[in-house]
Design a protein around this ligand. Structure first.
Ligand SMILES: [Mn+2]
Length: 319
């Protein structure tokens, strides 16, 4: 199966898959399987992330050819497919979590890794369980306005503000090799970051990031993660709402598009084993700018996976 050729079919034509990848509902032998997770049963404020995967796919037709600063074309280096969506119940977070975990484990049984398009952030726990089942406890690069290490709220065990707390408790991540970047805004309590910090997670707040160039934060990530298998989770609300208004819990004072895209270029120096881009809520978007950005982040992650798994060469663009 081939990508749709944009020289033959205009980018706004045909049924949209992510970046016009082939649609393969039984993927096998791919480097990265793109998979949608339309679900927002864990959201605490604005709903709508269940519509994220469709919106991202729709806008992703925009991207074609080769990134100007990326050197070779991603899909000349690695094999990718769009496997469609995980069918997740909107009615029960326990069932949804189990469904996502089993589905992602099945993907990893036959393919090297996945890029999950959310969906709310609760599902990152399912992804980490699946990845850790293959690799053991993983390092984590987590871009977000929120640490997502809160306890249960309103009796909901798997809401979107808690996946990394579960992951630390379940020992499926290595907190000493975990970096959270862009944390800011308002938290339920003054000690809301104590849980993460108390377990050795390195938190780079948005204020600290503003004082450090991208390159220094990239160095910090490389130092912390090293060559451990690493999961990369991007909550779109790491970006300032000026760049990404279409999300459930926006937080002013965030990173710019350029900063996030530039920072992600260090991922190719690591050993990435899984990716997600979460929390796009198209209902609150304007002109598709959040979905376009989510697409660009996804494209960058795919390219970085290709960089990580081929010999270094001229033209690599890590910060
Ligand atoms: Mn968040």
């Amino acid at each position: 199966m081939q990508r749709i050729d944009s020289h033959v079919s205009p980018r706004y034509a045909q049924i949209p898959t992510f970046m016009r990848l082939p649609h393969d509902t039984e993927p096998s032998g791919y480097d990265v399987v793109v998979i949608g997770a339309p679900y927002d049963g864990g959201t605490s404020y604005r709903p709508g992330a269940r519509f994220g995967p469709r919106a991202i796919r729709n806008e992703s037709g925009l991207i074609h050819g080769v990134g100007i600063d990326r050197g070779p074309g991603t899909f000349d280096l690695i094999r990718c497919a769009d496997a469609g969506d995980i069918d997740l119940t909107p009615f029960n977070m326990h069932i949804a979590m189990e469904t996502a975990e089993q589905h992602l484990k099945a993907v990893l049984a036959d393919n090297a890794t996945f890029l999950m398009l959310g969906g709310d952030h609760s599902l990152t726990l399912a992804a980490l369980r699946a990845v850790a089942d293959q690799h053991g406890p993983v390092a984590v690069v987590h871009l977000d306005a929120h640490s997502d290490t809160n306890p249960a709220f309103y009796g909901g065990e798997f809401h979107h503000g808690t996946p990394f707390r579960h992951a630390i408790d379940e020992k499926i991540v290595d907190p000493s090799a975990m970096v959270q970047i862009g944390i800011r805004g308002h938290n339920p309590k003054p000690d809301s970051l104590d849980y993460a910090r108390g377990h050795g997670v390195r938190i780079v707040t948005a204020d600290e990031f503003a004082d450090n160039p991208v390159a220094r934060t990239a160095d910090l990530i490389r130092e912390r993660v090293g060559k451990r298998p690493v999961y990369v989770s991007v909550d779109i609300d790491v970006l300032d709402p000026a760049f990404a208004p279409g999300t459930g819990t926006p937080a002013p004072g965030g990173l710019t598009s350029r900063e996030v895209l530039a920072l992600l270029r260090c991922i190719g120096d690591l050993k990435p084993v899984g990716f997600d881009v979460m929390e796009v809520s198209p209902l609150y978007d304007h002109g598709g700018i959040t979905s376009v950005l989510a697409t660009e982040i996804g494209a960058e992650l795919l390219y970085q996976y290709a960089r990580a798994h081929r010999p270094r060469s001229e033209g690599d663009n890590a910060p």
